[in-house]
Design a protein around this ligand. Structure first.
Ligand code: GLU
Length: 486
């Protein structure tokens, strides 16, 4: 299959890319890389009314962030460009002319108002929506009359009125549509711009696309495309319609299920490798148990045969878990690099900037196990940085210790710690026996100290945390705790 595989990602720049779009891009990319074929990026920007400023750039950024490089397309060029459809209008117009000459299309003069009325009527009568073919068989005279009124027509494709349109889908097997359910769709709009259907088919042919892997919302476009390929004498590519992505309630994934924009994930602190792994499993699987799969393994193993038909559930919890797994694989240096920008933004304003990477380096091992999304880091780690802790004094003598007991224990601890070298082993060597000496459970003393030095009841392991904080900070914080209690 190798040199014959040419696949494309063909987004319309009508908004910021969401996980569904990018899952499609990823599957195409994996397919291309697996077969050592080509991955082409084509921007389908012929719908002027829906075009959004900056959307194409957001697509480039998302793909680049995930490492989904394209072999042909904007920025890299290629033999089949231009790769923006808005720069190919003449090609579509020429081909539309050919279709006119061949009698495959007709001019439709129906006004938007008339079409709107027709739609309303259809709804009222509970008929399926679709163009009622009023202009399909106009006489020469009727046409001349419309032209004389100065109406610019649209060009519609003459679909068969009966019979079945069938095609083989690589995921769904044979797909059959009744021709009667498909209307005569528009190919060229009155502004001379092609519709998606025309531009998409023409470009997939001219760009020698071998396989079309796209979301299953396009399934009902495919029988239309098949007819159009036939009319143009083109051999259609192979089709694979990817399963829908669902939210946890099994409804189609949408904004109300939480973040769906890809750059939002970047902002929150998801790692591209984790997102690639996660998106690959939205509809594809290696086997029925493996979750963590590297990019290389994905490329080596990706196949359409293992793409399922059933909707894939987007589970935010699983994504966060997976991200945590990838965070754990980072080296300390990588972790520092990744996290510093999040700390700069997320730590309270009172913390002096710039944050010292050297200090943070000591803390990394304590946090790496616990953080799932990098954006959570400031909340997990702020006590390492702030000057003064903010917590409720009651936390200091909550469990099995009264105020006096807590004061006594903190006081002695402070004294012993002052003389203690500040590495985790020495700290443990001093504090464990101290608990026994004070007649306290180790948990009670350690819990008390944890609150005093971190301001919270749950934090990374105590001795390591104290070692990272350093003697000065710890002693000051114990003094502050004593002050709070008194
Ligand atoms: N421009 C279409 C989209 O926005 C492309 C669909 C297809 O892949 O054919 O998704």
């Amino acid at each position: 299959m190798s040199d014959s595989v040419r696949v494309r990602f063909a987004p319309s720049p009508t908004g910021i890319p969401h996980v569904g779009n990018i899952r499609t891009a990823l599957f195409n990319w994996l397919f291309a890389r697996h077969y050592k074929g080509s991955f082409i990026l084509r921007i389908e920007d012929t719908d002027v009314t829906r075009k959004v400023e900056g959307a194409a750039e957001a697509i480039f950024d998302s793909l680049t962030w995930l490492g989904l490089d394209w072999d042909e397309g904007p920025g890299v060029g290629g033999d089949y460009g231009p790769y923006f459809q808005s720069q190919r209008l003449e090609i579509y117009q020429d081909i539309a002319k050919r279709l006119v000459e061949g009698g495959y299309v007709y001019f439709c003069y129906c006004s938007p108002q008339r079409l709107e009325e027709m739609r309303r009527e259809q709804m009222k009568r509970k008929q399926p929506p679709g163009y009622d073919r009023r202009c399909r068989d106009l006489t020469e005279k009727e046409r001349t009359e419309f032209e004389a009124q100065g109406i610019t027509p649209v060009v519609r494709f003459r679909m068969p009125l009966e019979g079945q349109i069938k095609f083989q889908d690589l995921i769904r097997g044979e797909v059959v549509f009744e021709a009667a359910t498909l209307d005569d769709f528009v190919l060229l709009k009155s502004d001379g711009y092609p519709t998606y259907h025309l531009a998409n088919v023409v470009d997939d042919h001219l760009m020698r696309i071998s396989h079309v892997l796209r979301a299953d919302e396009w399934l009902s476009s495919t029988p239309r495309h098949i007819q159009l390929y036939g009319a143009l004498g083109y051999v259609p590519p192979q089709f694979a319609h990817l399963p829908m992505i669902l939210g946890s309630d099994r409804a189609k994934l949408s904004k109300r299920h939480g973040a769906t924009s890809l750059m939002e994930y970047q902002k929150q602190g998801f790692l591209p490798e984790a997102v690639v792994n996660f998106l690959a499993l939205l509809g594809w699987s290696l086997d029925d148990k493996t979750d963590i799969i590297s990019r290389e393994e994905l490329v080596a193993n990706f196949s359409i045969e293992r793409v399922g038909k059933a909707g894939a559930i987007f589970n935010h919890e699983k994504l966060a878990w997976m991200n945590g797994m990838y965070i754990r694989k980072l080296s300390t240096e990588e972790m520092v690099q990744q996290v510093m920008p999040f700390l700069e933004v997320g730590l309270p304003k009172t913390v002096t900037r710039p944050i010292s990477p050297d200090y943070f380096r000591q803390i990394v091992p304590l946090l790496q196990e616990r953080v799932r999304v990098l954006g959570e880091i400031s909340e997990l780690a702020d006590f390492f940085f702030v000057e003064e802790l903010d917590y409720d004094a009651e936390l200091l003598h909550k469990k099995g210790m009264d105020r006096e007991g807590a004061i006594a224990a903190l006081w002695v601890s402070r004294e012993r710690l002052e003389a203690c070298p500040f590495d985790a082993a020495s700290l443990e060597g001093v504090l464990r026996p101290l608990a026994a000496e004070l007649g306290l459970k180790t948990g009670a003393l350690f819990g008390l100290l944890r609150v005093a030095v971190t301001g919270r009841t749950a934090a990374p392991p105590l001795f390591e945390t104290m070692a990272a904080l350093g003697k000065d900070r710890c002693l000051k914080r114990i003094e502050a705790a004593l002050a709070r209690l008194k």
